[in-house]
Design a protein around this ligand. Structure first.
Ligand SMILES: O=C(O)CCC(=O)C(=O)O
Length: 354
């Protein structure tokens, strides 16, 4: 029976010698990279972690594009965290539109207001290819996000009134991560605002990721992001360098609400061109036409379970891997190719099941 690494921090601890001797063998121990080829990542040697000259200057430039504040009290944070749990529970009950929820191992995303194609959903892949979904493909921004979060940020002039039209919740389990990326410049205006909950973490700039085993280079800048903290990035920090969340920086469950504005001229998919949904999303508990409207949803007494929410995705992946193994009769990915997930989650384990 295969043993996956449910927590990517275990992979990091295991190092290259100790990881997935069976699952990683197709790769022949080669190191693989997975991040955009650009965005000011030239400042570090990935093997040695030695910074080349200029890293301090880059760090200063990043810092100049970052603002942080803590506009919520502890009890306000708790209230918002309870609302995030409600979102998780609603998603588990299938109460959201299919494209609102994107599950990955150790990291689930909930898109509100606007959603867009990325990663494996892209017909043509790579930066610049992302497209907004047709209007109405994802659920609207929940009222509590306006009332408890956006309004406060507007009052404190952290964001301009009426700026936000997109809210994404990322819910991470320990060891979850988001690989290095720049939020698509043709889709989102600047600044990019994020509010962190449940636990402290760090936003890293200018990291390189490699996989099997997963390794992340030393950041040009590691920005602490405490629970309840708002982080606003613009300028160099948003456009000229990648940012990521490293697996070793998610030590306990963490969620972030990312508040952005889509560009008025951002390219939008025609409804006839919607990408197909992956298998694990088409096998949903509830058919879309049976979806409850928010106003008639039954109240749920079930406590939200982020762990359960992630577990379902992992099980679906196991089933997919089983299917592939049957069809191929060889370990999946025999050519050693890495699955591309430019949705910024790391590639999942390619370990064959025994
Ligand atoms: O988790 C965070 O604070 C950052 C997430 C992020 O950069 C993203 O989802 O694009």
């Amino acid at each position: 029976m295969a043993t996956a690494f449910p927590d990517l921090r275990d992979k990091l601890r295991a190092g290259s010698g100790g990881v997935g001797s069976a699952g990683e063998c197709g790769e022949g121990g080669r190191k693989r990279r997975a991040e955009p080829a650009s965005e000011g990542e030239e400042d570090e040697d990935e093997e040695t972690g030695v910074e080349s000259p200029g890293a301090d200057e880059v760090a200063r430039k990043v810092q100049s594009g970052v603002l942080q504040a803590r506009p919520f009290t502890d009890s306000e944070c708790e209230r918002i965290e309870a609302c995030i749990d409600d979102v998780v529970a609603l998603a588990e009950r299938g109460a959201y539109k299919v494209r609102t929820v994107d599950r990955a191992p150790l990291r689930n995303k909930y898109f509100f207001g606007e959603g867009y194609t990325y990663g494996s959903q892209l017909v043509k892949r790579g930066p610049g290819q992302e497209r907004l979904y047709p209007r109405g493909e994802v659920d609207p921004i929940p009222q509590w996000i306006y009332d408890l979060v956006i309004r406060r940020l507007e009052e404190r002039r952290i964001v301009a009134k009426g700026f936000v039209n997109s809210a994404v919740i990322n819910d991470y389990l320990p060891g979850g991560c988001i690989v290095s990326h720049v939020d698509p410049i043709h889709i989102f205006d600047r600044p990019i605002v994020s509010v962190s909950f449940f636990s402290d973490s760090a936003l890293s700039f200018g990291c390189k990721f490699s996989f099997r085993p997963i390794r992340v280079s030393k950041p040009v800048l590691s920005l602490p992001i405490a629970q309840g903290c708002v982080t606003v990035i613009s300028g160099y920090a948003a456009d000229e360098i990648t940012h990521c969340i490293r697996p070793q920086d998610i030590k306990a469950r963490r969620a972030v609400i990312i508040l952005r504005r889509t560009r008025i001229n951002a390219p939008r998919l025609d409804p006839s061109c919607l990408p197909e949904l992956p298998d694990h999303l088409t096998n949903r508990v509830r058919r879309p036409d049976k979806r409850e409207s928010p106003s008639v949803r039954r109240s749920s007494h079930r406590k939200a379970s982020p762990y359960e929410a992630h577990r379902r995705r992992v099980l679906a992946m196991d089933e997919e891997a089983d299917k592939r193994a049957l069809v191929l009769r060889t370990p999946p990915y025999p050519d050693g190719t890495r699955e591309h997930r430019s949705d910024n989650s790391p590639p999942r384990s390619k370990r064959p099941r025994h």
